[in-house]
Design a protein around this ligand. Structure first.
Ligand SMILES: CC(C)(COP(=O)(O)OP(=O)(O)OC[C@H]1O[C@@H](n2cnc3c(N)ncnc32)[C@H](O)[C@@H]1OP(=O)(O)O)[C@@H](O)C(=O)NCCC(=O)NCCS
Length: 190
């Protein structure tokens, strides 16, 4: 599988030792403010399983984030394929989730920029999208810093969120490879 490095971050394969800290951040109401509820330990395990399956299938996915000299595990940043149907699927989405103590230092944007470069140049994706609830200003700010743009006509009701929930409405941000001058530059295997 692929691993990525930036000036400050190492986006790496998951280790068994990440599990407890990942469960702790998924149980933190600050981290999960824009989701239906914090995750139980069992839900974190199910998520880890889905992440592992995707790496197996694609060679890339939601990488574990290590910040050398700071922490061996801060959360995840990466690319994944949403497993629901919507007007923009199938697609590859870029996503991020960091423990609250590491927020607002530019880490999500730095890691996502490299994941995006990888997606366009190595995978050869033509477009990468990102979704969130309208109120997740931190996440939307990261999308905007990456050069992604949102059109109100792309807003949608997330099929996995129950009808009537205030978290059902989502905004969609898109970025096309041609908008950032990326092109596929290599096509090595895994
Ligand atoms: C979203 C998240 C990954 C951002 O990580 P991060 O490392 O703090 O992101 P960055 O530092 O690269 O950028 C955050 C930006 O949001 C801004 N910001 C912080 N708090 C904000 C707020 N309350 N309202 C608006 N903008 C805010 C920061 O100032 C920064 O923008 P700037 O560089 O222009 O100043 C992190 O907040 C997180 O893990 N949140 C919980 C999980 C989550 O919601 N994931 C996304 C699901 S779609």
């Amino acid at each position: 599988m692929y691993e990525l490095r930036t000036e400050r971050l190492y986006l790496r394969a998951w280790k068994p030792s990440d599990r407890a800290r990942f469960a702790a951040m998924n149980a933190d109401p600050r981290v999960m403010e824009h989701f239906e509820a914090p995750l139980t330990a069992g839900e974190t395990d199910a998520l880890l399983q889905r992440i592992a399956q995707q790496f197996e299938a694609d060679g890339f996915g939601l990488w574990a984030v290590e910040i050398p000299g700071v922490t061996s595990f801060a959360g995840f940043i990466g690319l994944y394929r949403p497993n629901f149907d919507a007007h923009f699927t199938p697609c590859v989405e870029i996503g991020w989730r960091l423990a609250a103590e590491f927020w607002s230092r530019g880490y999500a944007t730095e890691g996502a920029r490299e994941a995006m470069r990888f997606g366009f140049e190595t995978v050869g994706l033509e477009e990468i999208v990102s979704i969130t609830v309208p109120g997740n200003q931190r996440s939307r700010r990261v999308m905007e810093k990456l050069g992604m743009t949102r059109s109100p006509e792309d807003d949608f009701d997330h099929p996995r969120v129950p009808e009537g929930s205030t978290l059902r409405r989502h905004v969609l941000y898109r970025l096309r490879a041609t908008q950032v001058g990326h092109a596929r530059v290599e096509s090595e295997g895994r």
